[in-house]
Design a protein around this ligand. Structure first.
Ligand code: MN
Ligand code: MN
Ligand code: MN
Length: 291
């Protein structure tokens, strides 16, 4: 469906559904985006494409353009970094294989956490992984789900105690994720015809010097875009990122990083406009979105 010329474009290239850690199923997410006036949406669930088919069907119903998307976890100098992939080809076999490996990595980590808890927590049942998975709605459980399972088993009195004793930083259940290097995920995305976007660069709490280093490493790996606009970011941070973008001739992306309704500071499509003088990433999609 084409969008009438008069209608303002509203572009949101970062959000989550129940296929990862979002609250809305893909169909409801797309309906909400349409209600909010979003015209172009990328569903970027963490390390999975599981929601994309449902989102695409819903997008067709609502006359909204859906851009292929994902948010991949990786490491850069021991720091977990998120890279959003946009506009990859449909059903690229190699890319799907890499994404499946990311899911495997998540399950391996979950089972390593379960092993540690069984060994270190006196009242932890042998079925802790199954229980945590149930708390995660059948998806790969993270530490919060293990905390809930420990509470349910009566091994701790609440989530806080679970983290303080067993799951918090430096405790037995604090198992680091097994993510690939930044370079690798950037290459997966570009090999699938997509554009790699450094997600929410100010969220990593890096010094300006280190962030500049991250950006140059990202570019060396083949990354061409950074997310200049994300929800809840100060105008100072936006200005800093815009400057970084101009200096390196990077493409600029924008997205709400919406996870659930009810947060007034984060709604689908409710994001400030890109600062002047930047090249929007969507002008470089395989089917470019005009101004
Ligand atoms: Mn998330
Ligand atoms: Mn992220
Ligand atoms: Mn995100």
């Amino acid at each position: 469906m084409t969008i009438p010329q008069a209608q303002r474009q509203c572009i949101d290239l970062h959000c989550h559904s129940t296929a990862s850690d979002g609250a809305l199923p893909p169909r409801e997410l797309v309906a909400r985006a349409a209600e909010q006036g979003v015209t172009h949406l990328a569903l970027t669930d963490h390390d999975t494409l599981a929601g994309v088919d449902e989102a695409r069907l819903a997008a067709a119903d609502h006359g909204l353009s859906l851009i292929n998307g994902i948010e991949l976890s990786c490491v850069w100098h021991k720091q977990t970094i998120h890279v959003v992939g946009l506009d990859m080809r449909d059903e690229d076999v190699a890319f799907a294989g890499h994404v499946a490996q990311q899911q495997q990595n998540r399950w391996q980590r979950a089972s390593a956490i379960a092993d540690k808890l069984i060994r270190h927590v006196t009242d932890c049942g042998p079925d802790i992984l199954e229980q945590a998975t149930a708390h995660a709605g059948g998806e790969v459980p993270g530490r919060p789900h293990f905390a809930q399972a420990l509470v349910a088993q009566g091994a701790v009195k609440d989530n806080n105690q679970a983290f303080r004793r067993y799951l918090g930083t430096g405790k037995p259940g604090d198992v680091k994720a097994f993510w690939p290097e930044l370079e690798e995920v950037v290459q997966w995305i570009t090999a699938a015809g997509g554009i790699a976007v450094l997600a929410h660069p100010r969220k990593y709490k890096l010094t300006a010097t280190r962030l500049r280093k991250l950006v140059t490493d990202f570019m060396e790996a083949g990354g061409t875009a950074i997310e200049v606009i994300t929800s809840g970011q100060s105008s100072g941070d936006t200005g800093f990122l815009a400057e970084l973008c101009r200096r390196h001739s990077l493409l600029a992306s924008q997205g709400s990083d919406f996870h659930f309704p009810g947060a007034s500071w984060c709604e689908l499509g409710r994001i400030p406009a890109l600062p002047e003088g930047l090249t929007p990433v969507w002008e470089h999609f395989r089917s470019p979105v005009g101004r």
